[in-house]
Design a protein around this ligand. Structure first.
Ligand code: CP
Length: 306
């Protein structure tokens, strides 16, 4: 049974195909409005979400399908101690496909090996968030027209930021990509990502704490939130939370064709004064996420023969 747990589960050719389907949906949504008639998506979210859960649900409705939803662990039998494996086996009796978010890294994988229907990882702890990466990739493709030969700045919480880890894995497969990793010492990209992804693939990168000094080099600036929920103590969070706040002044030396991205939610790290800057792409990412999730649901249901 084909699931999506890590972005590398998809080849670059398959990502090109998903982008082509998403573009076709954008051009002619009516063509897809009955594509999932009679099919059910179960969204199992054991961690808070606005964009991912609602965009999955909007995606399924726009494909003509239906949705079953668990919107918090407290409202499901997980609160009584039911295992992820048993939850996956149970939901397989009701739905055709599952999108799961869970605070425990690896939980969607456990679900995928126990379910008899496809499972999509909608974010697992500080590990991976492959469908956010699909939204990011469509946005980069629409803004830049390519994935190759780009300098990508990643800024903020690069340690716990699952969207960052998935995006590094995805972009490391394209020629001429270079990363500028901007974070405080305590929130640097984990060594396993540097060793297993960047070093193994010979991808050039620099690490810095100074956003403004590297700004002129960047084609993409991907801002992230410092995630309170991943910290072990409040003191460290309070000390680090405002490490980077992007303001119009800090963009003075940026390229005119810079793309400013953020997976959202935003707290303080991008001033609202930037929202009207034509370089701001973060609300485009939100919409692109729905189209890529539509394309992904179609692909996985088709491969599962459902
Ligand atoms: N980007 C993202 O995952 O947002 P939510 O947490 O609101 O789903």
């Amino acid at each position: 049974m084909r699931s999506l747990i890590n972005i590398l589960d998809l080849s670059t050719g398959e990502i090109d195909e998903l982008i082509a389907v998403a573009e076709d949906i954008i051009a002619d949504p009516a063509k897809y409005s009955e594509a999932c008639r009679g099919k059910k998506l179960a969204t199992l979210f054991f961690e808070p979400s606005t964009r991912t859960r609602l965009s999955f649900e909007a995606a399924m409705y726009e494909l003509g399908g239906n949705v079953l939803s668990v919107s918090s662990g407290a409202s499901s039998s997980a609160a009584k101690g039911e295992s992820v494996a048993d939850t996956a086996k149970t939901v397989s009796c009701y739905a055709d496909i599952i999108a799961m978010r869970h605070p425990k890294e690896g939980a969607p994988y456990v679900a995928s090996v126990n379910a008899s229907i496809p499972v999509i990882n909608a974010g697992d702890g500080g590990h991976n968030h492959p469908t956010q990466t699909l939204a990011d990739l469509l946005t980069i493709h629409r803004e830049k027209g390519r994935f190759e030969n780009l300098t990508v700045g990643l800024c903020g919480d690069l340690k716990f930021g699952r969207t960052v880890h998935s995006l590094i894995e995805a972009m490391s497969r394209y020629e001429g990509v270079r990363f500028v990793l901007i974070s405080p010492e305590e929130l640097k990209v984990p060594s396993y990502v540097k060793k297993d992804v960047l070093a193994r693939n010979g991808i050039p990168y620099v690490q810095t704490e100074d956003m403004e000094s590297v700004m002129p080099e960047l084609d993409i600036l991907y801002m992230t939130r410092v995630q309170r929920e991943r910290f072990f103590n409040e003191e460290d969070y309070l000390r680090l939370k405002d490490s980077y706040i992007l303001t119009p002044k800090k963009l003075q030396n940026a390229r005119t064709d810079l793309s400013i991205m953020h997976p959202l939610p935003r707290v303080n790290e991008i001033s609202v004064a930037i929202d009207d800057d034509p370089r701001a792409c973060y609300f485009k990412q939100v919409l692109n996420g729905k189209y890529m999730r539509m394309a992904l649901i179609l692909k996985l249901l088709k491969e599962a023969g459902r």
